[in-house]
Design a protein around this ligand. Structure first.
Ligand SMILES: C[S@@+](CC[C@H](N)C(=O)[O-])C[C@H]1O[C@@H](n2cnc3c(N)ncnc32)[C@H](O)[C@@H]1O
Length: 225
């Protein structure tokens, strides 16, 4: 083969690679969404209560958005979490999402709330959803009440006073099992405590990623094995 022919062949092969796979007819953009689909009657009942809470009790509750609730359930269930601790119960919305996972893992949620009115609403909601046996609500200032907590924790969900996250982390991290998770809500430039951010991003025992950054901001911190 002469040099000219080799050069022409090389050029056409490179052009084909650069073009990528052959294109088919132009497709309409696809909208990617999903809604929970209940597997059994109990799940249907819990999802119904969550939907009602979202529509009728969200105002003033500071509850997590639906997507974040679904992520929490997914984490709890997929990691087989048995012991979950939540700071900031409010009306029990995120807690109820986590109970969807806990009823499958045989686990338990201990959740802390300083406001007695919100704690009472949470109690009623857990009852309505039929998950009250899966939850213990601890009323009072969690910076105090948390000191009594004992046990090995699979997942912590931080969603109370933002300036308190570092104190909660320092108290709970020794009890989180290797391979356990600390999920922190409202990790946005406006709301996140820089001291907490520093603590979870500079400790070599931890691996932290941030998701949903443009919306609510969720920090996922793994305690490495
Ligand atoms: C953002 S809301 C929690 C929302 C809830 N996780 C949900 O998504 O349904 C924060 C809650 O933390 C509670 N809180 C604030 N400081 C607290 C403290 N020191 N101890 C316990 N609860 C506290 C507030 O009363 C409020 O209900």
């Amino acid at each position: 083969m002469n040099r000219m022919l080799i050069a022409m062949l090389t050029l056409s092969v490179s052009a084909a690679i650069a073009q990528g796979p052959p294109r088919g007819p132009r497709r309409e953009p696809v909208t990617i969404t999903s809604a929970p689909v209940a597997k059994d009657a109990a799940e249907e009942k819990i999802l119904g209560v969550l939907d009602d809470m979202d529509k009728t009790q969200r105002r003033g509750s500071l509850s997590v958005p639906v997507e974040d609730g679904r992520i929490l359930r997914l984490l709890v269930e997929s990691m087989g979490a048995k012991t979950v601790v939540e700071l900031g119960t409010s009306i029990g919305y995120s807690g109820t999402w986590m109970c969807l996972g806990l009823r499958k893992t045989g686990g338990h949620l201990t959740t802390y709330e300083i406001d007695p009115e919100r704690a009472a609403k949470a109690r009623a909601n857990f009852q309505r959803a039929g998950v009250e046996k899966l939850v213990t609500i601890v009323e009072g200032d969690a910076h105090e009440t948390l000191k009594k907590f004992k046990g090995t924790i699979d997942l912590v969900f931080l969603d109370a006073d933002k300036e308190g996250y570092l104190d909660y982390l320092n108290t709970l991290l020794p009890m989180v099992r290797p391979g356990g998770l600390i999920v922190a809500h409202n990790m946005t430039p406006r709301m996140a405590d820089p001291n907490y951010l520093k603590a979870v991003t500079t400790n070599p025992d931890l691996e932290t990623v941030f998701i949903n950054k443009e919306a609510s901001g969720v920090g996922l911190t793994l305690k490495k094995r």
